[in-house]
Design a binder for this molecule. Structure first.
Ligand SMILES: C[S@@+](CC[C@H](N)C(=O)[O-])C[C@H]1O[C@@H](n2cnc3c(N)ncnc32)[C@H](O)[C@@H]1O
Length: 265
């Protein structure tokens, strides 16, 4: 009898924990900036890493290999969005802001693109699939383990010939863009790396002459986690005309947005 009671308590406890983890906590945190990031980006990731003995990027890649069709970028994007909405949050630009990113890429129709922060290659695939033939697209990622996953995601989408993934820190690589990578200027730059690098890297791109009149900077996460120094600079500098696109932090209801800034020369 005692054993049976113990067994029922364990099953009940486990079920309660599962309901909390799967539904209650995500529902509560999705409206709160700090809690959403704390839960998804720190607690949930560490817990799942420990339990599954794998990393979030590895789990994301597995979802792509299981659910996406090889050579079909749209199905890769869908597989990642499904995984992140229903299984495990990840810091991709996401489906909602991704539509804004798509419309900017289509509008600019760039010949040269720089992405700062590849992570698992989600936004890289989104951008590359919309580029005109012959466009040069460089994406920078300084975490080699994540870059290895991104290469596999990009290859699964069949876009490896359209993307040059370079491993290293933006601050080291931006000054090498002209001589080492043969780029004169970028038509479009997507800033989505660590938020404290947006401003110094923008100033570095200016110093290195990588922006021309009409170049577009598109910056993610300007509200959450937020880039106050970058926004202050880009909105007040006479060298830019800037516009905010209101949206939500990927896969949540927390406000976030993209800042699109035209370099005026
Ligand atoms: C928010 S994630 C990028 C998400 C990706 N753009 C997407 O939407 O799928 C930020 C990535 O930038 C990388 N990163 C951060 N600072 C960097 C830097 N200074 N240079 C290169 N990569 C950086 C991180 O390792 C991380 O993988």
């Amino acid at each position: 009898m005692m054993l049976l009671t113990l067994l029922y308590s364990c099953i009940g406890g486990a079920a309660l924990l599962y309901v909390l983890y799967r539904w209650v906590i995500p529902a509560v945190v999705q409206y709160h900036t700090g809690l959403a990031l704390l839960w998804h980006d720190i607690i949930e990731e560490r817990m799942l890493d420990m339990l599954t003995r794998s990393t979030r990027p590895q789990r994301l890649l597995h979802a792509v290999q299981k659910n996406a069709t090889r050579g079909d970028p749209r199905s890769v994007i869908n597989a990642i969005d499904q995984f992140c909405r229903h299984k495990e949050w990840a810091m991709n630009v996401g489906d909602e802001k991704g539509c804004i990113l798509d419309s900017v890429v289509s509008e600019v129709n760039p010949s040269t693109v720089l992405e700062l922060g590849t992570y698992c290659g989600y936004s890289t695939v989104r951008i590359a699939r919309l580029l005109p033939p012959g466009a040069k697209f460089i994406t920078l990622e300084f975490n080699p383990k994540v870059a290895k996953i991104a290469r596999q995601v990009i290859a699964w989408a069949g876009l490896e010939d359209k993307i040059q993934l370079v491993e290293g820190a933006s601050g080291d690589l931006i000054p090498k863009m002209k001589e080492q990578f043969g780029v004169e200027t970028f038509d479009l730059v997507f800033l989505d790396h660590w938020k404290d690098r947006y401003l110094p890297d923008t100033k570095l791109m200016e110093e290195c002459g990588l922006l021309k009149k009409g170049s577009i900077l598109l910056a993610d996460n300007v509200i959450c986690p937020g880039t106050p120094d970058y926004l202050e600079y880009i909105r007040n500098s006479p060298r830019y005309k800037s516009q905010y696109f209101k949206s939500h932090l990927e896969y949540t209801k927390v406000e976030d947005g993209l800042e699109k800034s035209v370099f005026l020369g």
